[in-house]
Design a protein around this ligand. Structure first.
Ligand code: ASP
Ligand code: MG
Length: 405
C-alpha cells in the first residue's frame, strides 16, 4: 500500500464530466489499495475570471481581499470532487489549504509556504477517506487566507507530498509528459520516461512550460519524486527524480526553443572600465531581466554590446538604454524582435565533450547563422533568426538522435 498525492490541473477538472472522470481515476487508485491525497486547481478559466471581476469593482484591489476571492476557485473544485467521489460510493473529505495545515508567510498573492502540519489529513486517511485539498492556498500565522502565486497548485501538491512523506506525487495535466522537444514543432519528438530535476528546470524555464518552476525547485530540495502525466489517458508519463549515474549516459535530454526574447544592440560603445556596469545597473533597477550578453572584441577603443530581454520588456529596456548610450557617446541602439533562443539540455554534457561542436556543425550545415552563444554546465543556448527556429530544431533533434528508438 502506497501513499500517493495526485494533483489535477484546471483543464483536468474543467467541467462536471471531467470531474467525474477524475473521481473515477481516484477511486481506481483506492481500489488498488493505495491511500490517496488529492490536490486540485480551480476549473480552467476561473482564476482569470475572478481577477477580472475584482478589477471591475476596483482597478487596484487590496491584496488581502484578492486572496480571499481567488481562494474560492479551488474551494469550488474540492467540494465538487468530493461530491463526485461520494456518488461512486467512495468516502472523501475536502479541506481548504488552512484546514490542511498549510501555513504561509503573509505576502498576499505570492505567499511562501512556511510549514505544513498534516495531522488532520493523516487522521482522515486513517479513517478510509480520500482527502481532497485545495491547491494554491494557505493561511498566514494570523489565519488570513493567502495564495501562492499563479500555477501554485503544483507547489501545494509537492509540498504536501514532502510533508506526508508520500511514496509518489502524480501531477495530472493536459499533456502526456515531458518530451525531447515541443511535439507541435518537432514531429519526431519522443516522450521521456524519466528526467532529472535540473533538466526539468532548464526545459521548463526555457518555455517547455509543463509545470511551475518553483515547484520543481521545491521537489529537488526535498527530494520528492513526481510524475507528470495526462488525466485523459493511462500512459505512464514522465518521472522526475534525482539524477542517477545512468542518466548521464545520454548526452542530450531535450531541446527547447524560446521565441519570447528580443535583442538590443549598442554599436560602438567606448571600451573602458565601468561601461557594462553603467549599462546594466539601470536595467536591473528597472527590474528588467537580462538573459544573454555579448561584447565584441574591441577595435580602436570601441566595442559592440548586445543583450537579450523578454519581448514584453523591450520597449522599457530601450527607454532605459537610449539616454545612457547617448551620454556615453556610443553609436546607434537597434533592436531585433525576430529572434529565437534554441537550447540543448542534458546532465550528460558534464561528462561528454563535443556537444557544442556537434550543435554548431548541424546549424552550419543547415545554413543557420548563430548570433549569440551562452553555455552552462548542462545547457548550450544559441540565438538565431526566428525564421530558422523550426528548421534548426528539427535538424538538431535528428543530429542528437532524440527521436524514439
Ligand atoms: N488556480 C490557480 C491559477 O490559475 C492555481 C493553479 O491553477 O495552479 O494560477
Ligand atoms: Mg494551473
Amino acid at each position: 500500500m502506497a501513499l500517493i498525492v495526485q494533483k489535477f490541473g484546471g483543464t483536468s477538472v474543467g467541467n462536471p464530466e471531467r470531474i467525474r472522470n477524475v473521481a473515477a481515476r481516484i477511486q481506481r487508485a483506492c481500489e488498488d489499495g493505495h491511500q490517496i491525497v488529492v490536490v486540485v486547481s480551480a476549473m480552467s478559466g476561473v482564476t482569470d475570471g475572478l481577477i477580472k471581476l475584482a478589477r471591475e469593482v476596483n482597478p487596484s484591489p487590496d491584496v488581502r481581499e484578492m486572496d480571499v476571492l481567488l481562494a474560492t476557485g479551488e474551494q469550488t473544485t474540492i467540494a465538487l470532487t468530493a461530491m463526485a467521489l461520494h456518488a461512486l460510493g467512495q468516502k472523501a473529505v475536502s479541506l481548504t489549504g488552512a484546514q490542511a495545515g498549510i501555513v504561509t508567510d503573509g505576502v498576499h498573492t505570492k505567499a511562501k509556504i512556511a510549514n505544513i502540519t498534516p495531522k488532520r489529513t493523516r487522521e482522515l486517511l486513517a479513517d478510509g477517506n480520500v482527502v481532497i485539498v485545495a491547491g494554491f492556498q494557505g493561511a498566514d500565522a494570523e489565519g488570513a487566507i493567502t495564495t501562492l502565486g499563479r500555477g501554485g497548485s503544483d507547489l501545494t501538491a509537492i509540498a504536501l507530498a514532502a510533508a506526508l512523506k508520500a511514496d509518489l506525487c502524480e501531477i495530472y495535466t493536459d499533456v502526456d509528459g515531458v518530451y525531447t522537444a515541443d511535439p507541435r514543432l518537432v514531429k519526431a519528438a519522443c516522450k521521456l520516461n524519466e528526467i532529472s530535476y535540473d533538466e526539468m528546470l532548464e526545459l521548463a524555464s526555457l518555455g517547455a512550460k509543463v509545470m511551475q518552476s518553483r515547484s520543481v525547485e521545491f521537489a529537488k530540495k526535498f527530494k520528492v519524486p513526481f510524475s507528470v502525466r495526462s488525466s485523459m489517458n493511462d500512459n505512464p508519463g514522465t518521472l522526475v527524480k534525482e539524477e542517477t549515474r545512468k542518466m548521464e549516459d545520454v548526452m542530450i535530454r531535450g531541446i527547447s526553443v524560446d521565441k519570447n526574447q528580443a535583442k538590443i544592440n549598442i554599436a560602438k560603445a567606448p571600451d573602458r572600465p565601468g561601461i557594462a556596469a553603467r549599462l546594466f545597473k539601470p536595467l536591473a533597477d528597472a527590474h528588467i531581466n537580462v538573459d544573454m550578453i555579448v561584447q565584441n572584441a574591441s577595435t580602436e577603443g570601441f566595442t559592440d554590446v548586445s543583450f537579450t530581454v523578454a519581448k514584453d520588456d523591450l520597449t522599457r529596456a530601450r527607454k532605459v538604454i537610449e539616454p545612457i548610450a547617448k551620454e556615453l557617446g556610443a553609436g546607434t541602439v537597434a533592436d531585433f524582435e525576430k529572434i529565437a533562443k534554441l537550447s540543448v539540455v542534458g546532465i550528460g554534457m558534464r561528462s561528454h565533450s563535443g556537444v557544442a561542436a556537434d550543435l554548431f556543425e548541424t546549424l552550419a550545415a543547415n545554413k543557420v547563422n548563430i548570433q549569440m552563444i551562452s553555455t552552462s554546465e548542462i545547457k548550450i543556448s544559441v540565438i538565431i533568426d526566428a525564421a530558422d527556429a523550426d528548421r534548426a530544431m528539427n535538424a538538431v533533434h535528428a543530429k542528437f538522435r532524440l527521436g524514439c528508438p
